[in-house]
Design a protein around this ligand. Sequence first.
Ligand SMILES: NC(=O)c1ccc[n+]([C@@H]2O[C@H](COP(=O)([O-])OP(=O)(O)OC[C@H]3O[C@@H](n4cnc5c(N)ncnc54)[C@H](OP(=O)(O)O)[C@@H]3O)[C@@H](O)[C@H]2O)c1
Length: 250
Amino acid sequence: MRTPDLSGRRAFVTGGNRGIGLAAVRALAEAGAAVTFTVRSPAAAAEAQDALGGARAEPVLCDVTDAEALARALAPGFDILVNNAGIIGPIAPLADADPDAWAQNIAINLVGAFRAIRLALPAMLARGGGTVVNLSSGAAHRPMEGWSAYCSGKAGLAMLTRCVAEEYAARGIRAFGFAPGVVDTDMQGAIRASGINPVSRLPRDTLRPPEEPGRAIAFLCTPAADPWAGGEVDIRTPAFREAVGLPALP
Ligand SMILES: NC(=O)c1ccc[n+]([C@@H]2O[C@H](COP(=O)([O-])OP(=O)(O)OC[C@H]3O[C@@H](n4cnc5c(N)ncnc54)[C@H](OP(=O)(O)O)[C@@H]3O)[C@@H](O)[C@H]2O)c1
């Protein structure tokens, strides 16, 4: 197994207490980065720290829709920002979707990521560069029944990744939209429970473990990932899996 070297780097992961975020925190810490990750309760912090064992990672209380909390959390300055926090709902046909829940999805999945990038950029630029990883999805590029908020937010996030590259790549900012595949997390549990579209009917044993996107995110923070910088990369792409050191898909 290849372990990237991120020693001396400081990483910030939103939604790092479970699922893909937790796996990213673990992989970044194993690669030698000093990791800070957001949690929304002390109980979630304690649970995540238990799961992480002795890994070098610090939780910070922060909801990504709380601009002041986000500013406080990002104030120390980081080399790596992983915009992972996200929600799937509301899962409903457009005419039935609750508008407040719809707006909340965009507030977390898109505006939260924008705020975090905006707050992280000055310190990255002062250090001569940095890496932004935005958790994308196949849903950013094709409509899925019942997921209008999620698809719209992820599509916006994919464009935000390109905007970051457009404005800051020349100053050393590497931005990636990273689609993690279909991963066995609580989010997929909620999708299965909804029964709404074909993703909800995927058998659980066909989903991939969170450790795979976790390792891929750590890889994206190294120069070896430069060929994919500035746009979207999907973990199911064979050449990318090989570069990360992940097994070929069945
Ligand atoms: N799983 C998949 O198959 C899949 C596929 C494509 C893309 N993705 C993307 O990958 C990312 C992680 O997904 P996942 O499957 O690991 O989801 P998950 O298991 O549901 O975990 C979501 C994480 O986001 C956090 N979060 C939600 N709202 C937040 C807020 N307002 N402020 C701060 N944190 C918040 C959650 O914190 P709490 O514990 O406090 O709720 C949790 O840590 C998401 O962006 C998702 O869209 C996942």
